[in-house]
Write a protein that binds this ligand. Structure first.
Ligand SMILES: C[S@@+](CC[C@H](N)C(=O)[O-])C[C@H]1O[C@@H](n2cnc3c(N)ncnc32)[C@H](O)[C@@H]1O
Length: 419
């Protein structure tokens, strides 16, 4: 068998799971890659899938330009061609290797067709556009919600995986660690640097930092110093925000329903020497302790469209139904959290979503149904350059808003105070 076919077969299985069955790359990868023993093969298969999803409309446009009758969207020949083109045009795979490892995945007519299409495109020396094209449904939704400039910024942002953002356990180490890590700091307690295998970087083994996008690092900062008071992190795993709260001196209870994700939080707590009480439970069912909390963070499950740069599969999975259902779950979680907060306590609601049905609409609904709560405006001075608090006092982070280098994930963050 041609060398490398198995990793392409695994990539095809994963792509199929995402595009035809609505699964997430992370959720489907274990099963799709179960026959790949070598880390290199798994890495290659993941890279192929990532590149296809990053620029799928561009690959499709090329494929359609070389076929008389458009292939159905979910045709196997189209899937295989997307993968071969991603390798040839984005991953620097020699064209003959890209196609010779693709063709064994097909038989009969589709095999002949894929061979012909790839040959035609190779002879034409086709190239990808400098700025990737986003899926049509996403462009429509985001331009209606945020305007064309946001869509253009998002398209530029998806061109490559983002830089590596780190949150430091001790902000006093910012200058020293920025130097040691050859990075830049956009905020005390934050360092940004080129992507790299994190375990080899200075300070990793000693637990002096953890990986966390700069936007994802903002919600926990809003609680300030805990001084031993009680905080509840309701959707905690894998735990970047739990680590921040613990480092800020809060006595944290971290709840998540996913045991495997809480295991990663345990590892990070051990590495950093921080502590939190971990609870595996469904936040919508959990019987909270009688004693109320001083602080509650609801970093809720959401459509996750704000993390499209690192997980481009979200663009194909966030259907209108997913967005509506996510907003309903967020509303229910906030309603429960509100009952567990002490008077005078702080509730922060955050979602890594770029959909206003999550975020703004949920926050407005919460304020209407909870008159004892008001927005405690986020201070613009505490934010990285390029970000400003909305007139409502909350923060909406869109692609392109954080100054170069590198941007950030899309987020919505609001802080409520219980009177
Ligand atoms: C946005 S992620 C949280 C990220 C985390 N706060 C961090 O900073 O690393 C959402 C989390 O909610 C969890 N989750 C989803 N539905 C839940 C539920 N009903 N009860 C508890 N956790 C839930 C998921 O397992 C996932 O870990």
């Amino acid at each position: 068998m041609t060398q490398g076919v198995e990793s392409r077969r695994a990539a095809l299985t994963l792509l199929d799971a995402v595009l035809r069955h609505g699964k997430s790359v992370d959720g489907a990868m274990g099963r799709a890659f179960r026959h790949l023993k070598r880390a290199d093969d798994r890495g290659l298969a993941a890279a192929i899938v990532g590149e296809v999803l990053r620029r799928l409309p561009d690959y499709d446009r090329l494929i359609d330009s070389a076929t008389k009758n458009p292939l159905p969207d979910d045709a196997k020949a189209r899937m295989v061609l997307r993968m071969a083109l991603a390798q040839a045009l984005a991953l620097d795979t020699p064209h003959h290797a890209a196609i010779s490892t693709a063709l064994p995945l097909l038989t009969g007519g589709p095999k002949r067709l894929a061979h012909g299409v790839f040959g035609t495109l190779s002879r034409q020396d086709v190239e990808l556009p400098e700025v990737p094209t986003l899926p049509g449904s996403v462009v429509e939704r985001w331009s209606a919600a945020w305007g064309d400039a946001m869509v253009a910024a998002a398209a530029r942002a998806i061109a490559a995986p983002p830089l590596l953002d780190l949150t430091l356990a001790d902000p006093a180490e910012t200058d020293a660690l920025a130097t040691a890590l050859e990075g830049v700091s956009l905020l005390p307690g934050h360092v940004r640097r080129e992507r790299a295998a994190v375990t080899g970087l200075p300070g990793y083994a000693e637990g002096r930092w953890w990986v966390q996008d700069i936007a994802a690092g903002l919600p926990a900062r809003l609680f300030g110093h805990g001084e031993g008071r009680a905080a509840l992190d309701l959707c905690a795993a894998p735990g970047g925000k739990t680590l921040q709260l613990a480092a800020q001196g809060w006595n944290v209870t971290a709840v998540d329903r996913a045991e495997s994700r809480l295991a990663r939080l345990s590892e990070n707590l051990a590495r950093t020497g921080l502590s939190a009480e971990l609870v595996t439970a469904d936040a919508l069912q959990w019987a909270a302790p009688a004693e109320a909390y001083d602080a509650i963070l609801v970093d809720a499950p959401c459509s996750a469209t704000g993390i499209f740069r690192r997980h481009p599969d979200v663009l194909y999975r966030a259907s209108p139904r997913v967005i509506v259902e996510s907003a309903e779950i967020q509303t229910a979680m906030l309603d429960r959290a509100a009952r567990w907060l002490k008077p005078g306590g702080t509730l922060v609601y955050a979602v890594c979503s770029l959909e206003p049905e999550e975020g703004e609409a949920v926050a407005r609904g919460f304020l209407e149904s909870h008159p004892a709560f008001a927005v405690a405006p986020i201070e613009s001075e505490a934010l990285p350059a390029g970000l400003a608090t909305a007139p409502e006092g909350w923060l909406r982070i869109l692609p392109g808003e954080i100054a170069d280098p590198g941007g950030s994930d899309g987020f919505f963050i609001v802080r409520f105070r219980h009177s």
